[in-house]
Design a protein around this ligand. Structure first.
Ligand SMILES: Cc1ncc(COP(=O)(O)O)c(C=O)c1O
Length: 490
């Protein structure tokens, strides 16, 4: 069953969108049905309305918008003609994209070796200074492991204990046998999909979302349905009704400083999600990659509880890892879930890579012992860099809009026009690499957005914005663009 948007919900989105981009404008010459069709198309292209969503019946939308049904009928016809709506007589109308629409490619991991290139494709920081000492201690502590075979599919007990303890501190009592160590959060997601989702089964994702998660769903041949996150974050009722209607096998959500929008899911929605998922037969995969990176007054103590703390029916599988607060090069992540499922995951993992490296797990354990020092330094640095990036954007590109996130590593910027892919190409020629909005759309929409991480030093961020402004100014001049290497997205 596909997701449905109700008349009142669509009316709310249309109003917000029209205010945001000024569709109504002063001219008011265009027929009302054209304005309505343009607004719906805008929602779709911007990714605020997901693909494959059933629109309200014409009569219902007319009532919600306070306009005549004839206007809605004409707008739907216009949308059908432009390929943005497909209808089946008596069944309804679903959002679509015209044939030939270019869908954003998945993120490929292609780090650049061009020293002049400022790479904003990747939201990740260099290793913390404590890593060298942690590695030396890990080598010194290797001895007790050398007498064994070194294969531990579930992961080293010391590391699982440290992770379980951290969940318990956060108010989510956890035993070490509820934790399995993986090769990064990406492998955690991949393993869960292998275990839980058969090819052809449905998976629900947010749009926009983390592109490499989309790649994992594609690799698992899941049928992906999307829930569109709005400018203010999740619309509680719409998300819950989408979960109920989609009846997906899994739903993948990033509630903590969502990548790329930066939103933090409120506690009320966290509390309601697990029971809605249970009723729909859906397991929730909750990606907590950024949970440690609360900024400003949004301190750790002020963070809403983990979604799993509201789970009464073993429906929530939490994935997390070292990459964002510590270092991506460690390739250490984990799954937290019911112990029997963790045992099944460990068994499945044997057919893939057997186990995570012992030494890397020992390094991770040592880093976690220095958690407070490392994470506090990260947060301070990220706050300064975020504010520098924001100030540079306000100065050089005043028509771009964004909401300053209270955590995480990225700004999700709304451009002055739907030109994100073209701008990314043009910017690369000027020596700055960015991930255009369509990378994050489940369906190649999001042309009006761009993700800008604030993980580089301040001087690089200022220079990157200067180059982006030059690229934006260049964009309307006729010239030939060529794709070079694909954008790094992380
Ligand atoms: C939301 C999210 N999940 C997962 C990952 C991948 O993490 P890892 O490097 O631990 O595999 C990232 C990396 O950017 C991310 O942003």
């Amino acid at each position: 069953m596909s997701a449905i948007v109700r008349g009142a919900q669509l009316a709310r989105m249309l109003n917000a969108w029209q205010v945001a981009v000024g569709v109504r404008g002063p001219g008011g010459r265009r027929p009302e049905y054209v304005v309505l069709a343009t607004a719906v198309r805008g929602l779709l292209i911007d990714g605020r309305l997901a693909l494959g969503v059933r629109l309200p019946a014409e009569r219902e939308l007319a009532v919600s918008l306070g306009i005549s049904r004839t206007t809605v009928t004409a707008a739907y016809r216009e949308l059908r003609e432009s390929g943005h709506l497909s209808s089946r007589r008596g069944a309804g109308s679903w959002t679509a994209l015209p044939a030939g629409h270019r869908v954003g490619t998945s993120g490929l991991w292609t780090p650049s070796d061009d020293p002049g290139l400022i790479d904003l494709g990747c939201a990740a920081m260099p290793a913390p200074p404590e890593l060298t000492q942690a590695a030396a201690e890990a080598v010194a502590g290797l001895d007790p492991y050398l007498g064994g075979p070194g294969y531990q599919p579930i992961g080293l007990l010391v590391l699982r204990e440290a992770i379980a303890e951290r969940y318990t501190e956060r108010g989510l009592p956890t035993e070490p046998d509820q934790v399995m160590i993986t090769g990064g959060v990406q492998q955690a997601l991949d393993l869960l999909l292998r275990l839980l989702v058969a090819p052809g089964q449905r998976a629900l994702v947010e749009t926009p979302t983390y592109p490499n998660a989309l790649s994992a769903f594609t690799a698992g041949r899941a049928r992906v349905s999307a829930y569109a996150i709005g400018p203010d974050g999740w619309d509680e009722d719409l998300l819950l009704s989408t979960v109920r209607a989609a009846q997906a096998r899994v739903a993948y959500l990033i509630p903590d400083f969502h990548n790329p929008t930066g939103h933090l899911m409120p506690a009320t929605l966290r509390e309601r999600l697990p029971s809605a998922a249970h009723a729909a037969g859906t397991d929730l995969i909750i990606d907590e990659s950024f949970v440690d990176l609360a900024l400003d007054s949004c301190t750790e103590a002020a963070m809403p509880p983990a979604v799993a703390s509201f789970d009464r029916t073993a429906r929530v599988l939490t994935i997390g890892g070292m990459s964002k607060p510590y270092w991506g090069g460690l390739r250490i992540g984990w799954v937290r879930g019911p112990a029997p499922l963790i045992a099944r995951l460990a068994a499945a993992r044997v057919g893939i890579d057997m186990a995570s490296p012992v030494l890397d797990q020992l390094v991770a354990t040592r880093l976690l012992q220095r958690r407070e020092t490392i994470v506090n330094a990260r947060r301070k640095q990220l706050m300064v860099q975020r504010d520098t990036l924001a100030a540079a954007l306000r100065a050089d590109l005043p028509d771009w809009r964004f909401v300053l996130p209270h955590g995480g590593m990225v700004l999700w910027v709304e451009l002055d026009a739907p030109v994100s892919s073209a701008l990314a190409r043009s910017a690369e020629e000027l020596g700055v690499r960015v991930a255009p909005g369509p990378r994050f759309g489940a369906d190649g929409t999001m042309e009006r957005f761009m993700r800008l991480p604030y993980t580089l030093p301040e001087a690089d961020l200022v220079e990157a914005v200067r180059r982006l402004a030059a690229a934006r100014a260049d964009l309307d001049r006729p010239r030939r663009h060529a794709w070079s290497t694909p954008v790094v997205v992380a």
